[in-house]
Structures are given as C-alpha cells and as structure tokens.
Design a protein around this ligand. Sequence first.
Ligand SMILES: *[C@@H]1O[C@H](CO)[C@@H](O)[C@H](O)[C@H]1NC(C)=O
Ligand SMILES: *[C@@H]1O[C@H](CO)[C@@H](O)[C@H](O)[C@H]1NC(C)=O
Length: 463
Amino acid sequence: MKVVMRLAFLFLILASIDSTQSYKILVYSPRFSQSINNFLGNIADTLVDAGHNVTTLIPIIISELRDGTHKSKKIHIQPSEETTNIADSFKYEDGDFINDNDLNIIHSVMFGKFFTGLLNSGCPLIAELDVHSFSSRLLNMYANFVYFVAFYAGKAEINTLFKERYGPEFPGVHEIGSHAAFNFINTEPLIDFAAPTLSRIVAIGGIGAKEPKKLDGELDLILSLRQKTVLLSLGSIVQSFTLPLQIKQNIVKVISQFPEVTFIWKYEYPEDAFAKSVSTTTPNLHLFKWMPQNDILADKRLTAFITHGGMASTQETALRGKPGIYIPFFGDQFRNAGMMQKNELGTVFDKHNLYNADKLHAAVKDLLENESYYENAARVAAMISKKPFSSKELLVKTVEFAAEFGPSPALRPQSYDMSWIEYHNADIIAVFAVLSFFIVVSTLKVVKCVLKKVLRIVKVKEE
Ligand SMILES: *[C@@H]1O[C@H](CO)[C@@H](O)[C@H](O)[C@H]1NC(C)=O
Ligand SMILES: *[C@@H]1O[C@H](CO)[C@@H](O)[C@H](O)[C@H]1NC(C)=O
C-alpha cells in the first residue's frame, strides 16, 4: 500500500453541479517544484479542456518557478514572511548531494522537516529491492521507517494548525484523506513495480508531460551535428555547476572520449570559469542554462538521456522511448532509477562512482552500444501510447464520476480505522509466540525428565 503513495500533491475539491454537467473544480498547486507544477497544471488544463470550470489555488513558495496551468483561473497566495525565510534557508546550491545519505535518520528528519515545514505534505520512498535477499528487504523496511519518521513531524504540525484554527474536534488530515472519493497518483503502471493497490487509487502518470513542440534555433542545429546525441540533466535541485570539480572534470573527460557523439548538458551557470574553459576544448559538448527537456526527449534525433531519475524525467524518458543512465541523488529517485533498470531501459549509476571516470566511461559505452535498451524503450513507449485508457481519460472520467456521486464507503479500506497492532495482527502473533514458547519449554522439561529416568534405569541395570 505504502509503495503506491508517492509524491502526489493533488487536491481536487468539487463543488456544485449545473445542468450541462460542467463542474466547478478547485486544484491546489503549491508553487515549489517545477515538475509538480507541471503535473498539477496539466491536470487543471485537461479538466478545462473537458469543459469544466477550473480554478487553481497557488500558494507561492519559490517565486522564480512558472505556473503549470495555462487554461484555468488562477488565485495566487503571496508567500508569508515565514515561508520566505524557510525557502531562503535552504539553498539548493549549498546542498551536498553527493555525500548526503537519505537513510541517515538525522539528515532525513531535517530534510523531511524542511519539506514538510514548507509544504506539509509528502512521502517519497526507496525501493530497489532484491525481493529474495534478507538484507535488501530489511533495508527496505528500514527505509520505510526512516521516511515515516522524517515526515511524521510535519503531519503532526498540520494537524495542530488545523485544530488551532477550527477547534479540537477537527479531524486530522489522515482522517479527512481517508474519506476522499479517489486518490490520483503520479505513476505509470507499465514501468512501475507491481504492487497491491486499492480500487480508488487511480494512476495518471505521464499527464505532467506537455505536448512536445518541434525544436528550433540553436538546439535544432545541435541535434543535426552528429549521428548520436545524448542529453545530460540532473534536474532542478541538484545543480550541475555545484558538483565537485573532480566530478565535473570526469564528466567532460568521458564526453571527450566519445567525439562522434554530441552531448547537451544542463549546466545552470555557463558563465563560470569551468564552463568557459571546457566549451572551447570540448567541441562535442554544449552547455545550456535551461532547455525544453520534454521537446528534446521527443526529438527522433536524440539517442539517450543521462538523468537524476526524478519522477517527471523518468516518465518522460519512458513516454518518448529513450533509454538512459539513471544517477539517483535522493528521495524517490532511487526507486525510480531501480524501476527503469528493472525494465531494462538502461542502468542505475551510483553517484559516488562519478569520481571514477573509467566507470562512467563504461556506463556511457554500454548505453550507446547495447541495442536491447533501445528495443525495450521503443516497446514501452508504444505500449504507453496504446494503453486501453489514457491518463487523461482516466482523470476526466474519474473526476466527473466523483463529482456526481461523491465518495463511496465501499471503496474506503477498513485499515484506516485499525490500530498498528490490529493491522499487523501483532496481538495474534504475540499470543502464538507465547504459546509456542510454553509448549517448547514444557516439551523440553518432559524430555529431560524422561531422559533422566531412562538413564537411571540403565545405571541400575548395569549395577
Ligand atoms: C466559474 O466559477 C466561478 C466561481 O464560482 C464563477 O464566478 C464563474 O462565473 C464560473 N464561470 C463560468 C463560465 O461558469
Ligand atoms: C544489454 O543489456 C541487457 C539488459 O540489461 C543485458 O541483459 C545484456 O547482457 C546486455 N548486453 C551486453 C552485450 O552487454
């Protein structure tokens, strides 16, 4: 269950119905991550296209980002002083993403507190999981626990805020969430790990990817330069220009070992000394501060993608049929990367190995030469495009259904009302454990007694 609850900050609130079956819909989309803005923005726009009256409520957290919606009505909430302070206190440029370890509980609690303090929501997970290995399963359990602890404080904080405002009787977010008619999650089942799920959970992965536009200008020219072109981007949180110098030099070294391939690298600070020097010495490398990633991935001339494995990036990669090297840095990126490798759409590359140019070279060579990645990627892309029900159809029909009928008690799992002990049958297991213990102890006692008697008889006989 927990496996499927992923970064899906989606809140649809449905109001009155008018005769033409056009619904008033509110989409809540905090502006703090471009890929999540795009995901929620496309949801709003898809519902507008379906004829509904959609308003998007946008609390501004990081003001530099763009809104994801272009068609719905927007209400912006300016950041409070507190929000600005929290957002400013955490500069992505200052993050040490190479050495940070999500499974370090202290770090995770601080990271979790930062995000929940900002957003009061979230639940990423790690699962690269070898289901046959004891240690791998144990690590997975531990990871679950770390994330639970990391986000616990934030959840408690929202409940406190609501109770302060609306009185102590106000139900917690857990309780309110348990009565939602449906839960939309940002996952694509055709590439995700299969997991037990609920009928009211609807997967609408891929909906965040905009319709691709044809490339023009400089990028169009660059993609025509050589037979093969590889895109390299580590997303918007891990900024390439802040990577340790040795890693940046290794990346350039490996790129120069493939002179017949063009590399496009999202490098946020192309004016720095490093960028200026490599631009002149490495003709097959092109640095861009920002680029239309979705449009480049959709271009037939693009060969492969080297990515951090963010949810939006992995979905776009699969959607556009490109294989990749996935270098996860934190959070759900490990899980996403593992999922792509499991589908043989490329390989996971450990971020620490960026210090080893030979390993990076081997991974890039494998990516460029192993035909099976390209066949698998093309097949997955074709399957996604021919799904019986597209993510857009699922979204629109499900929202309209929910607006007409509201939540159905039949879809609400009873586990919401169960305690931890009940849910895990811990009481039953405990009773059996105690019983087994007594049975074993008394059996041992009896055996000991019998043995003693037998030995005594034997001794008596011998005498
Ligand atoms: C959409 O909903 C808003 C808010 O209730 C309302 O003011 C507006 O008139 C509606 N627009 C249309 C076209 O129905
Ligand atoms: C290519 O990749 C596939 C899938 O990961 C793997 O099974 C195969 O051994 C690789 N082939 C070569 C030649 O490395």
